[in-house]
Design a protein around this ligand. Structure first.
Ligand code: LAG
Ligand code: CA
Length: 533
């Protein structure tokens, strides 16, 4: 037995969070995990929020809502033509309905904000976006005009050792493409227009933003723009920010830590590490027991983590795991991500595709009372039982944001670890079964194995596990499967668990206030952002 205690977030937040929040119960309800409903329509996201609420997802990342270039490919969404909210996912009215519907179910909306660049356009002729707005390269109907100095002079983003080339040149300039015209985000006019777009979204109730291609924008430019944003409508708090900073090659000029001042950042190496150890034979999953600051990943309270994202899942060859190639092993990877106390996890929810560029299915996810998932159209990984039910595991174990009672066998491919006395998970990534009594540290009782069954507050639809008076339980876990128990799915508690009863040594972890940096309440131009903890 060994106890890993890496919980940097807790160390940092311990002193201030408790006073501002009503203790552990609050922490239990916020910021456990969120889902990227990639390319879903606003109507479908709205219809999904009751389900997300039941499962405990804190938020949805939606596809870029602004007007984009025409075409069936998914990546048309990453070429803005204007900031009108008319996209493949729907119009502004549908967007607003979605935000309201999701808020009614305690689910927040994060918008993918494409603010580094505009649509490529072609020098020859005028084209039209999805709202009918005419555009050409570096000319977008008055919103941004090259002639008015809204873009950086043309160059290619082809040298990641050079910060200015990384941040001040056009992305995706491969082949004969001119790439994506790079907005001069240091200019007052551009900053004001981006802030106006984001404030429009905030006025519709949006709760947070993914800053697309943040690595290609100076951190001070992002800081300046965020300083202009209004508080969110829901609760008057600052919007939540996470920035896409792809960092795999440590010799690059732009590094994630440069962005901590603005909010969270994506940690792509987490999904890489999961794939390496779960399926690529680069070490074993038991090595996660040694995870800590010496891995040099983004610190927990600054990291958004995921097994795969919309870009990496469809690359060939891809290094990350995904629903297409990894079957139930993909479930295990997500079970691990959601159980392990690191970062703010994002669950990927995809559609089936035959090639890299293929856009979303033409059919809706929701028709009548049915969902068109798990088939040849929408995949809905966030509804796979092991993934969906581990969101509640993460919520209920947030107060114990460290691991305990590590178990390992099977050459390092069978592991178990606890989260204090709030939960215990066993993951069998070996090719043979596991039948073992393990010390869990949990209170005695009968628990729903949430990997195999759903807990409705009273009963479990699948097998249950018994923890004896010593905190031990017998786990019988077939090859390639997992088992998980937690205090929120304990038989005989009617689902009403007073988590304060289970508080352990780790300080309470607030899933929201601790993780986000706050803008000044004043929306005055250029107001400085200060950390809330
Ligand atoms: C991102 N993060 O930094 C997005 O996660 C990623 O999906 C976006 O690229 C990228 N930044 C720019 O917002 C995607 C596709 C690209 C696509 C681009 C613009 O991965 O392949 O480029 O969106 O639509 C496409 C073509 C290129 C072409 C370019 C300009 O694939 O061949 O050069 O458009 O026409
Ligand atoms: Ca840029």
């Amino acid at each position: 037995m060994n106890t890993s205690t890496w919980s940097m977030g807790c160390v940092l937040i311990a002193s201030t969070v408790v006073a501002g929040f009503s203790g552990i119960a609050r922490a239990d309800l916020n910021g456990a995990a969120f889902v990227h409903l990639f390319e879903w329509s606003w109507a479908d996201v709205a219809a999904e929020c009751p389900y997300l609420d039941v499962k405990g997802y804190a938020a949805v990342q939606v596809s870029p809502p602004q007007e984009h270039i025409q075409g069936s490919q998914w990546w048309t969404r990453y070429q803005p033509v204007s900031y009108k909210l008319v996209s493949r996912s729907g119009d502004e009215a549908a967007f607003k309905d979605m935000v309201d519907a999701c808020h009614a179910h305690n689910v927040k909306i994060y918008v993918d904000a494409v603010i580094n660049h505009m649509a490529e356009g072609h020098s020859g002729g005028i084209e039209h976006g999805t709202a009918g707005t005419p555009y050409q390269r570096e000319s977008y109907s008055g919103l941004y005009e090259g002639s008015q100095g809204h873009f950086h002079p043309f160059c290619q983003t082809n040298d990641y050792q050079n910060q200015i080339v990384t941040q001040g040149c056009n992305l995706t300039t491969e082949g004969h493409s001119g790439g994506l015209p790079d907005l001069k985000t240091g200019s007052e006019e551009v900053r004001a227009k981006i802030a106006a777009y984001l404030n429009h979204l905030i006025s519709l109730g949006v709760d947070g933003f993914r800053i697309d291609a943040a690595k290609h924008i100076w951190t001070a430019d992002i800081e300046n723009i965020l300083g202009r944003l209004n508080p969110r409508m829901l609760d008057g708090q600052p919007v939540e920010i996470f920035q896409e900073v792809i960092f795999r090659n440590t010799s690059e000029a732009v590094t994630p830590d440069q962005y901590y001042q603005n909010g969270l950042v994506t940690e792509f190496r987490w999904g890489d590490a999961i794939a390496a150890k779960f399926k690529r034979g680069h070490g074993t999953i038991s090595e996660f027991q040694g995870f800590g600051p010496h891995w040099n990943f983004v610190p927990s309270q600054k990291a958004v983590v995921f097994t795969d994202n919309h870009d990496d899942q469809r690359k060939t060859p891809h290094n990350v795991m995904n629903f297409k190639t990894d079957g139930s092993q993909y479930d295990l990877a997500n079970v691990f991500m959601l159980a392990f106390p690191y970062g703010y996890p994002k669950v990927m929810s995809s559609y089936e595709y035959a090639g890299h560029d293929q856009g979303p299915p033409g059919s809706p996810v929701h028709t009548g009372g049915n969902v068109n998932c798990f088939g040849s159209d929408w995949e809905c990984e966030h509804r796979f039982r092991p993934i969906a039910n581990m969101v509640a595991f993460r919520k209920h174990t947030l107060p114990a944001f460290s691991t305990s009672n590590w178990f390992s066998a099977g050459g390092g491919q069978q592991i178990g670890f606890g989260r204090g006395n709030l939960g215990y998970v066993v993951i069998n990534n070996a090719g043979f079964g596991l039948n073992q009594t393990i010390h869990t540290g949990m209170a005695p009782g009968t628990y729903c194995n949430v990997i195999e069954g759903d807990f409705d507050g009273t009963t479990c639809s699948g097998p249950m596990l018994t923890v004896d008076g010593s905190g031990n339980a017998l786990f019988n876990v077939p090859a390639g499967r997992a088992a998980a128990i937690h205090v929120g799915a304990k038989i005989g508690t009617q689902g009403k668990v007073d988590v304060t009863l289970y508080a352990i040594t780790a300080p309470p972890f607030s899933g929201r206030a601790s993780m986000w940096w706050a803008a000044s309440r004043s929306s005055a131009t250029g107001s400085r952002r200060t950390p809330v903890y």
